[in-house]
Design a binder for this molecule. Structure first.
Ligand SMILES: C[S@@+](CC[C@H](N)C(=O)[O-])C[C@H]1O[C@@H](n2cnc3c(N)ncnc32)[C@H](O)[C@@H]1O
Length: 190
């Protein structure tokens, strides 16, 4: 089982350095979001992307989902502090995504897929939760050794993510580097 991000280090996920590297507004501009969309931020952590996404679609809804309660407590605190009204926080199990079938327009997976055990089954479960034509955005680390981030053997190359997503029934619509460490791939439910 790949290791999960340690909640004790969750502040690292909210750092200014990370904001500089992975500006959420820049990432949001790549998502095919519409004002009334329902978006699942799966593996939301302390909500680095959740809150900016929610602010971007004030008439839509964001489901902040994670398997670690401590991460969800951090998101709840930030939602209350920033008075964001359109986020619903849901505890997940490794494979038990708390979403109805065909209930969301988009799924956002930032630095999560490499932490999951059965990646194709996980992506298939996400595909079920998406409405027809729904989108899936994946952000991951390039598969090489770096000072920061997970060990290279736990990382997923772009080709691996493409293969996994294809097996789960997704079609790629866009792929680009976000910076020298991270890449972004957008898929559509076939
Ligand atoms: C590296 S953190 C990234 C958090 C957030 N997406 C971000 O980029 O700031 C990965 C998160 O995914 C969660 N996670 C791992 N496996 C998961 C699964 N099967 N379902 C939902 N969340 C999962 C972990 O608990 C952790 O909070």
């Amino acid at each position: 089982m790949p290791h999960k991000f340690e909640p004790a280090h969750k502040e690292r996920l909210l750092s200014q350095e990370r904001k500089r590297l992975l500006d959420p507004e820049r990432v949001i501009a790549l998502l095919p979001m519409e004002p009334r969309h329902s978006i699942a931020d799966i593996g939301c952590g302390p909500g680095f992307f959740t809150l900016p996404i929610a602010r971007h679609i004030p008439t839509g809804r964001v489901y902040a989902i994670d398997i670690q309660e401590e991460m969800l407590e951090a998101v709840r605190a930030r939602i209350a502090e920033e008075d964001v009204k359109n986020v619903e926080v849901r505890l997940s199990g490794e494979m038990e995504l708390p979403l109805e079938n065909e209930s969301v327009d988009g799924a956002f997976l930032a630095f999560v897929l490499h932490e999951t055990e059965d990646k194709v089954a996980f992506l298939k479960r996400i595909a079920k939760a998406l409405k027809p034509g729904g989108w899936l955005a994946v952000i991951e680390w390039y598969k090489k050794e770096m000072e920061e981030g997970p060990p290279a053997y736990e990382r997923l190359s772009e080709a691996q993510v493409q293969r996994l997503a294809k097996k789960a029934g997704f079609v790629q619509t866009r792929k680009l580097p976000l910076n020298e460490m991270h890449y972004f791939i957008l898929f559509k439910k076939a």
